[in-house]
Design a protein around this ligand. Structure first.
Ligand SMILES: O=c1ccn([C@@H]2O[C@H](COP(=O)(O)OP(=O)(O)O[C@H]3OC[C@@H](O)[C@H](O)[C@H]3O)[C@@H](O)[C@H]2O)c(=O)[nH]1
Length: 316
């Protein structure tokens, strides 16, 4: 799939490593087109660039709810800083927005015209409303300052290099199945989602960035399943006998979600090409290797040296 560095672009990765990991980019360290900056977008950034993929923000519900104020700052102040950077250097900015701007949708499937159904004071608000105002900011900078913006509304995505503690449903189910633990379904499992594999998303993001479409575009895989169906599918692909355990439902959990991707198809010529099972199998292999890596890299503390007692004279 598309790779900016292999295509000859110089890429500067900016990460505060709140949910990111150095291991995910370590194979690029030393490449002449690659640079890594440990930086938080809540602080201003002064670099020279032509294009900004503004992907900053935790995306997993447990991660973004862990520190809602930080999530809000990242999506508001962070977005203002990135738009300010785009304005200063004349760069184009692509915002990673989300299907969560549609909230718990009353329209199905969701197309880009739908305004959404979001609880502004619920537990997901820091993210939903943060992304909604981030979109608003993009169009204010476009109108008032002439900044070129692109807005991708990204639907549920999974794949290699996800964090083991990510907390979203695909990584949870795979890790649970691989370890023979029960698969935790929140609520009845009748809520639906549609999942795209990460490489499809990357292709869509690069196509959108280089297109002339400034209005929001959905990027997702329209193949919709209930969460219970996902649990059963992952169990069968991993091939073990984990139980399914029903836990209380998550508050404000969207009940149905599926992208209408006609706009991306028509205007970008984009659609997902990785079948669900193939993506899941790749991700299962990845998490298998992660579990092995974890088992082989346990930190074993060295025995502590005897501590000097306080108050006694030291004889050196
Ligand atoms: O262990 C789990 C985790 C999650 N779930 C359920 O699975 C569904 C999907 O949950 P996830 O946490 O993976 O993701 P959500 O769809 O709720 O949110 C996601 O939406 C789109 C993106 O912007 C983000 O990646 C994320 O916010 C929900 O109904 C959730 O309640 C489980 O049943 N068990």
């Amino acid at each position: 799939y598309t790779c900016l560095m292999m295509d000859g672009h110089e890429v500067t990765v900016v990460d505060n490593f709140f949910t990111g990991r150095k291991r995910n980019v370590e194979h690029w360290i030393g490449h002449e087109n690659f640079e890594l900056i440990n930086h938080d977008v809540v602080e201003p950034l002064y670099i020279e660039v032509d294009q900004i993929y503004h992907l900053a923000s935790p995306a997993s519900p447990p991660n973004y709810m862990y520190n809602p104020i930080k999530t809000l700052k990242t999506n508001t102040i962070g977005t203002l800083n990135m738009l300010g950077l785009a304005k200063r250097v004349g760069a184009r900015l692509l915002l990673a927005s989300t299907s969560e701007v549609y909230g718990d949708p009353e329209v199905h499937p969701q197309n880009e015209e739908y305004w959404g159904h979001v609880n502004p004071i619920g537990p997901r608000a820091c993210y939903d409303e943060g992304k909604r105002v981030a979109e608003t900011m993009c169009y204010a900078y476009m109108k008032q300052e002439g900044v070129e913006v692109r807005v991708a509304r990204i639907f549920n995505t999974f794949g290699s290099r996800m964090h083991m503690n990510d907390g979203r449903v695909v990584s949870n189910f795979i890790l649970q199945a691989l370890q023979g633990e029960p698969l935790t379904v929140y609520g009845t499992g009748s809520q639906t989602r549609a999942f795209q594999y990460v490489s499809d998303l990357v292709n869509g993001l690069v196509l959108l960035m280089n297109s002339n479409i400034s209005s929001p575009v959905n990027l997702g895989n329209p193949e919709e399943h209930t969460i219970l169906e996902f649990a059963r599918l992952i169990k069968s692909l991993v091939g073990n006998r984990s139980q399914i355990q029903f836990l209380p439902e998550a508050q404000d959990d969207p009940q149905r979600r599926r992208p209408d991707i006609r706009k991306a198809k028509m205007m970008l010529g984009w659609e997902p090409v990785v079948p669900l099972e193939e993506g899941l199998n790749k991700t299962i292999q990845y998490f298998n290797r992660e579990l092995e890596h974890q088992a082989n890299n346990q930190y074993i503390p060295k025995p502590k040296a005897a501590r000097m007692k306080k108050g006694r004279p030291r004889h050196n």
